[in-house]
Design a binder for this molecule. Sequence first.
Ligand code: ADP
Ligand code: MG
Length: 699
Amino acid sequence: MYQSHFFDTDIARLKGMWGQRADLFKTELRIFNYGDLIQYYPFRYEDRTKFHDISGLTDNMEYAQIKGRLRYVEKIGEGHKARLTGQFSDSTGVIELVWFQGITWLEKNLRTNSEYVIYGKPSFFQGRAQMQHPEMELLNETNAVGGHFQPVYNTTEKLKKRYIDSKIIANFQRSLLEEAYSHIRETLPEDITQKFRLIPKRDAVYNIHHPRSEQWLHQAKRRLKFEELFYNQLRLIKQKLLRRTEYEGQVFKSATLLTDFYKNHLPFDLTNAQKKVIREIFEDMKTGRQMNRLLQGDVGSGKTIVAFICMLLAIDNGCQACIMAPTEILADQHYQGLKKFANSLGIRIEKLTGSVRKKARVSIHEGLLDGSLKILVGTHALLEDVVQFQNLGLCVIDEQHRFGVAQRAKLWEKNKFIHPHILVMTATPIPRTLAMTLYGDLDVSTIDEMPAGRKPIKTVHRYDSHRLNVFGFMKDEIKKGRQIYVVYPLIEESEKMDYKDLTDGYESITRAFPEQHVSIVHGKMKPVDKDFEMARFVKAETQIMVATTVIEVGVNVPNASVMVVESAEKFGLAQLHQLRGRVGRGAEQSYCILMTDVKLSKDSRTRLDTLVRTTNGFEIADVDLQLRGPGDLSGTQQSGVVDLLIADLAKDGEILRVARETAQAILDEDNELQLPKNTLIREQIASIQANQSNWSRIS
Ligand code: ADP
Ligand code: MG
């Protein structure tokens, strides 16, 4: 981020940073040089600008700073139960202070009848104000006036043991900033800083560590977030442009099979959303631009037929197509679905997975090479070198997040002459901000509409105490001829306990439904037994399926119309949404019943309320992002792309949008960044890249 050599200086050179400390900064925080340290931003700030009156404290204050007098302290209880309480007052009232730890030290060092500035979270106990483990500082000239924001930095246990706490880091930042200030270059061109009224880089860096005021802090954050997202988007869009100019795509013009399929074999009317994404995809495939497109659509939105129609266009033009899924079950499901369509047109389609026998394999390889095999469905097995196509024109990748970029690249190489078009499909809706950063180098098409006639799944939240009612409801549904899933959580750490929950649940259900046949499926069963039980449920020989989350993907039983999720609070939002997608596949009204204990955390309640309120996967993904932050969302862990220092994809959607538009406009005008006015940007990109390679060398 900083070009000057100054920022390459080893942190050991900083005043007060003697050897051992420097080593800890390096091993614990991965801070090696001045540049790393100055970019180690606080994660929050304590507002020390004002003092609160004790009489004005409320329960919902996060923190409060008070100026007053410590009246007395008193130790209560002995041993483990010992605590220290103190009485603290200002001219407006009294607050009780409580400590559970470090009592001996505190007793010795706290000075009763002295004036202090204290800081902590106020709470109320039986109407009386209280503060636990407040930070205490004797009143002095500096803290008496207040007026500053105290930055708070992340530390680690190891650092704390060596007395390197947030305050020490703040001091290091302060002394570094004094020296560094004049070395900080501007990194955004003036027309951008002016247009968006962004403060200079120097001021932003200074104020992010030591804000002069709330206003300055806000402006500093805005400036640094914009810069980070701007360069992130610039890089992604540049990659996309590069590919466009560098790689040609096959041009698909004729559409004989396609017309036949549309006219004679289309099993249903396409939704407008399906038509829209097909147009977007065809636009790529017909114009000679090599497609790299993400197709998003909620579970059941009809991505398979879209993929098939695109495959037809490739086949119509002398090419072959393949589709790769992350598991055998999913590959099989695609194969079954696509085979029906392909058979109606007399197109040869085969499935290739790890379990395909040698003889069948050889025939597949031959068919691929002589061009008679048009569509290949499979798993990772497709990537193997022996799998050679005569002329691969389109690759569809399902559930992108389980495949890495390297694997995508491997598919490119399956056609040596001209890269195939790539269509990445995902059923895990991703919030827009995340899609822009994760897949910013891909074009995105979205199916945002469900096929007509689907009845939205009714979702309710019930407490365990209402179990009898729920059983009654299940009985009614079974009487109508429906089938039911009952799902238990599976958390790896406590597998034994979960297994017990599952078997207990199974027993209580067999007791409550003596006339019904009940299946049970869980992760510890042998695959053959699992398949056997699944098959019984599919054939409706059993009415209830008690299972762990193994059924999450790949099960399609249209007659199953009720999904009961036990201990629903233990599931993530995305997971619950996927589970719910197992029902609602037939014509009947479907239900999802989320069972929980009465005691629930605030986040759990939000998750459950969200599911009850909406079936829209994008809305759900957004809430998930707000609750968990981008790092934990499914599908993003392995990607490592969302490596942002300061921008928050859950909150900074608007800044991201503007940053992307700005980056796009600049590249539209000057895609090589050759114009003089873009020199600064070009240099900054080079500097970021240089830094990244440094990083990989160090770590
Ligand atoms: P997903 O997007 O989850 O892969 P599928 O492609 O498996 O969804 O489609 C789900 C179901 O909806 C399938 O049974 C499919 O045949 C059906 N379907 C897809 N598109 C339509 C449509 N336009 N009208 C009616 N049914 C459709
Ligand atoms: Mg699908």
